[in-house]
Write a protein that binds this ligand. Structure first.
Ligand code: BGC
Length: 464
């Protein structure tokens, strides 16, 4: 069918464009996580706020994100993925402007909550949209691409923070994010809604129309519509299933645990407080701290490629274990150095090397892999509910980490703060060995069957 072929290449372009725009949501997620690190010292100075209030400048966003993640299951069903993403984009624009113009710290808190809602909606809806719209063969790499966009967003924020730091212009640091947010709003406006959502609302004509635009041939589009119709026969019964079914509760528990593990590695302590950590490592001037932070962001982007290469070859479990070992070592050695004192330039370099080692450990493992695993382990019937629980946990745990770091430094001292995180990473090695399944090259149906048969969690990826 020559006509179909021509159709094919233009459809691929549309698919790419669609995925690219949805991934822009990941970029904004990253920008908003990253921006606060560089802005915080200047905000603290201008508003003369305590360590505790600084923690809340960081964490109010995570609070909003947890609420946004819980609400967006409902939102993305009622409004559709497209209009949910648009709601998220509008909140991004409003939150960025409000935080840039905040006259006092209270308004800043409120605008950070708004931004959080936006990030929560984006972090739930964008991967969902990507997985529903991307052709089957590239679905897996889409999730890693999303994580990559998050890390690029964080790096972008660090770079812009650094550029503005020379004049201390924190309002510009926060305000500049309005531009990509507007870009996302315009982009999403032109996106089609997800064919799966149309079908779930029994709008099969619309579903078919979108699939015809996105797939290589009309035969492929028809086949996919049939598959969607089939899978919709499985009704989502999240809460009821959770109450009745012990095996489903185990999957939800695993998703929640995985996200707690990801956050309590301590990664976001570095993401939010990097300049502060450089200060603890003996770099007293702002320029050094800011450029150090940029190097952290760059390392995070580059090491994510290691995960993309390893995840389908080595598998999830060994990669995660290696990551936790690297992270425990990095945090442990940093703590010890803080204990003995970082005096010479050589010791300072070494401390930075340990910090970067930790980042590599996270980016090559827990960063992307936890998201991958969380999307693989839930049975179809309870998928929306299970993923809502794990995504909300990501943000709640994230908030706890962000809201306690400075207090930990003040009460436990620098060394013990890092040792606590090193200890947690050691515990995660044991938990991974005991509870995390290997899901490499295993179909989602197989995982579901094993789970529902009551096999131990660590064996639900077994092919036998
Ligand atoms: C985590 C974020 C973290 C980011 C760092 C993500 O997977 O969920 O909390 O800031 O990775 O790259």
């Amino acid at each position: 069918m020559p006509d179909n072929k021509k159709h094919g290449s233009s459809n691929r372009t549309i698919t790419f464009f669609v995925c690219f725009l949805a991934a822009l949501a990941g970029l904004l997620f990253g920008l908003d996580i990253g921006v606060i690190a560089g802005a915080l010292p200047f905000i603290a100075h201008e508003f003369q706020i305590s360590a505790h209030q600084q923690e809340w400048v960081v964490s109010t966003m995570m609070f909003g994100a947890a609420v946004g993640a819980v609400g967006s299951g409902w939102l993305s069903f009622r409004l559709g993925r497209k209009y949910s993403l648009m709601t998220g984009s509008v909140l991004f624009v409003v939150g960025s402007l409000a935080s840039a113009f905040a006259p006092n710290v209270e308004v800043l808190f409120i605008s950070r909550v708004l931004l959080g809602l936006a990030v929560g909606i984006a972090s739930y809806t964008a991967p969902l949209y990507l997985s529903e719209i991307a052709p089957e063969r590239i679905r897996g790499s889409m999730i890693s691409m999303y994580q990559l966009m998050i890390t690029i967003g964080i790096l972008g924020a660090y770079l812009s923070d650094t550029a503005f730091s020379y004049t201390g212009a924190w309002r510009w640091m926060l305000g500049i994010i309005t531009l990509p947010a507007i870009l996302l709003l315009i982009g999403v406006f032109f996106l089609p809604d997800s064919p799966r959502w149309f079908a779930a609302r029994r709008r099969f004509h619309d579903a078919e129309r979108v699939l015809l635009r996105l797939r290589d041939s009309s035969a492929e589009a028809k086949r996919e519509l049939e598959e969607i119709r089939e899978s919709l026969k499985v009704k989502q019964t999240g809460w009821a299933l959770f109450r009745e079914n012990h095996n489903f509760r185990r999957a939800v528990f695993l998703g929640v645990l995985l996200q707690v593990m990801q956050q309590f590695t301590g990664m976001n302590v570095i993401m939010y407080y990097a300049p502060k950590i450089f200060e603890l490592a003996g770099y007293s001037n702002t320029t050094e701290q800011m450029w150090g932070t940029v190097i952290v962001g760059l390392t995070n982007v580059l090491a994510t490629f290691i995960a993309i290469g390893l995840v389908d070859r080595w598998g999830r479990k060994p990669t995660l274990i290696l990551g936790f070992i690297v992270m425990a070592s990095g945090m442990g050695i940093l703590g010890t150095m803080m204990h003995t004192g970082i005096a010479s330039p050589a010791a300072q370099y070494f401390a930075v090397a340990m910090l970067l080692m930790f980042i590599i450990g996270f980016a090559m493992s827990a960063g992307p892999l936890i998201w991958v695993l969380c999307s693989e382990i839930q049975p179809l019937k309870g998928r929306d509910f299970g993923i809502t629980c794990s995504t909300a946990t990501n943000w709640i745990a994230n908030m706890i980490v962000g809201a306690t770091f400075l207090t930990m430094l003040n009460t436990l001292g620098n060394a013990w703060t890092f040792w606590v995180y090193a200890g947690l990473n050691l515990i995660f090695i044991i938990l991974t060995l005991a509870l995390v399944p290997e899901t490499k090259h295993v179909s989602l149906e197989r995982i579901e069957r094993n789970l529902m048969k009551g096999r131990p969690l660590r064996e639900i990826g077994a092919n036998l």
